[in-house]
Design a protein around this ligand. Structure first.
Ligand SMILES: Cc1ncc(COP(=O)(O)O)c(C=O)c1O
Length: 425
């Protein structure tokens, strides 16, 4: 059977396995939004799956900017950017360039940005090495580069020994070797080994890197420029792509940072998704301009502290209750290891009954023995909500141990040793 069909079958198996628990493919009720809450099937729950982790989408200034944009300019300028772009693009790109401290282009989504930058910047004479946990949109884009003849390899998560060995070997045959990674991994919130990547960039001339920073923006760094720039700066041989949808609170769009104006122009003007697809909506662009102003002011540091306090509280509560965390890094994503898919679905389902909506991470997205509960810490949830979540989770976890038996949680997503069992996410 073809791979695609096998993936479809595995996906359907997971959907069927989760069906009794109301944790996948749900739809929210027609209820006005209360920040921090989600309403599904008549139940009001605390929402620990909200990727808008800085709580900026609810900022009255951002909402007003989006509403004003609709009033004055309509929902969107409906044409290809190959002909003409809304004035918002120019304003936003100037603000983002000022904020990121390097030439920055705005594209419609992070997936589009990855497709554009990877296929245009990587040559057929180059080789790509992907981290096994790098986001699906990066892996898809690497697949598109393979169609033009680029050599593609995959290494275990954060395995810098393997990366160096591949750089040395591939350099003999290929022009440039690109490492594709996430600054903060969306599955478990783990970081890339930034310092090690920087040393390799300095050591090997032919080595280049590409970072998807969708989860690193806003919550840390000068003007909220994220964990990767904070830890390794923008290396001349690096491309950075980040989302304006998640922490940035604009509801869409992405920023592409390339330290070279010419190469940035190539991505901005020559990418097929720029030429043949529509632009970001006026609401998104106006919201992003207002969010950029907030990032360029000192207010962002108050918001960062507020966010970080919640993460520290979540970690200390989880640890005091002896819940097995995959990592203890400052990050919007926490991961409580369960080690078995069926048990993970049960725990996520019981959390729903207890009034908390979290994400179950399980096979086929990740190997069965690495299944767990993914919790997104965001500024909408209160300190009390966080404590209540972990108390409920600890009780439900103990019940699950009784029902399903204790599972092996020694494996960790942080330094995964099992490459073959991974499917492309
Ligand atoms: C690391 C990462 N990259 C890219 C994306 C895709 O973003 P977009 O929806 O803007 O295409 C996501 C979405 O969740 C993500 O987590």
């Amino acid at each position: 059977m073809k791979d695609g069909l096998m993936d479809f079958e595995k996906g359907m198996m997971a959907i069927n396995a989760t069906a009794p628990y109301n944790i996948t493919l749900q739809t929210t009720d027609d209820t006005p939004i209360v920040p921090g809450d989600i309403h599904i099937n008549g139940r009001r729950m605390k929402f620990f799956g909200n990727c808008d982790y800085m709580g900026l989408q609810d900022d009255p200034r951002i909402k007003e900017a989006a509403i004003d944009a609709i009033r004055n300019y309509g929902l969107m300028q409906c044409n290809s950017r190959a002909y003409v772009s809304s004035h918002f693009y120019g304003i936003l790109e100037e603000k983002m360039t000022q904020m990121m401290g390097a030439p920055t282009a705005v594209l419609r989504t992070t997936t589009y940005a990855n497709m554009s930058a990877i296929t245009l910047m990587v040559d057929s004479k180059d080789a790509i090495v992907v981290d096994q946990l790098v986001h699906n949109s990066v892996q898809m884009s690497a697949g598109m580069a393979a169609l033009q003849g680029t050599k593609i390899e995959k290494i275990k998560h954060n395995d810098m020994v393997a990366l160096e060995e591949r750089i040395i070997e591939l350099s003999k045959k290929y022009q440039r070797i690109w490492y594709l990674f996430d600054g903060v991994y969306s599955t478990n919130g783990d970081y890339a080994p930034h310092e090690a990547i920087k040393s390799l960039l300095d050591k090997y001339d032919q080595f280049y890197c590409y970072c998807d920073e969708a989860w690193g923006l806003s919550w840390t760094g000068k003007n909220g420029t994220g964990v990767t720039l904070e830890k390794m700066g923008l290396h001349p041989k690096m491309i950075l792509v980040t989302s304006l949808e998640k922490g940035f609170g604009a509801g869409g769009a992405a920023a592409v940072v390339i330290p070279d104006e010419f190469r940035l122009k190539v991505v901005k003007f020559m990418s097929p998704v720029q030429v043949f697809s529509g632009p970001a909506t006026n609401t998104v662009l106006a919201a992003a301009c207002t969010s950029a102003d907030i990032h360029l002011s000192d207010e962002i540091y108050t918001m960062q502290n507020d966010f970080k306090e919640r993460v520290l509280l979540a970690q200390s509560t989880a640890k005091s209750l002896k819940l097995p965390l995959d990592h203890e890094l400052m990050s919007p994503v926490m991961y409580v290891k369960v080690g078995d898919s069926a048990k993970t679905f049960y725990i996520a389902g019981e959390l729903v009954k207890a009034g908390f909506f979290c994400n179950a991470s399980a096979y086929p997205s990740i190997p069965n023995k690495l299944s767990g509960i993914r919790i997104i810490i965001n500024r909408y949830v209160s300190h009390e909500d966080i404590k209540h979540l972990f108390i409920a989770l600890s009780e439900i976890y103990a019940q699950a141990d009784t029902l399903f038996g204790e599972t092996d949680i020694s494996a960790t997503l942080q330094y995964t040793k099992t490459l073959d069992s991974f499917v492309h996410r």
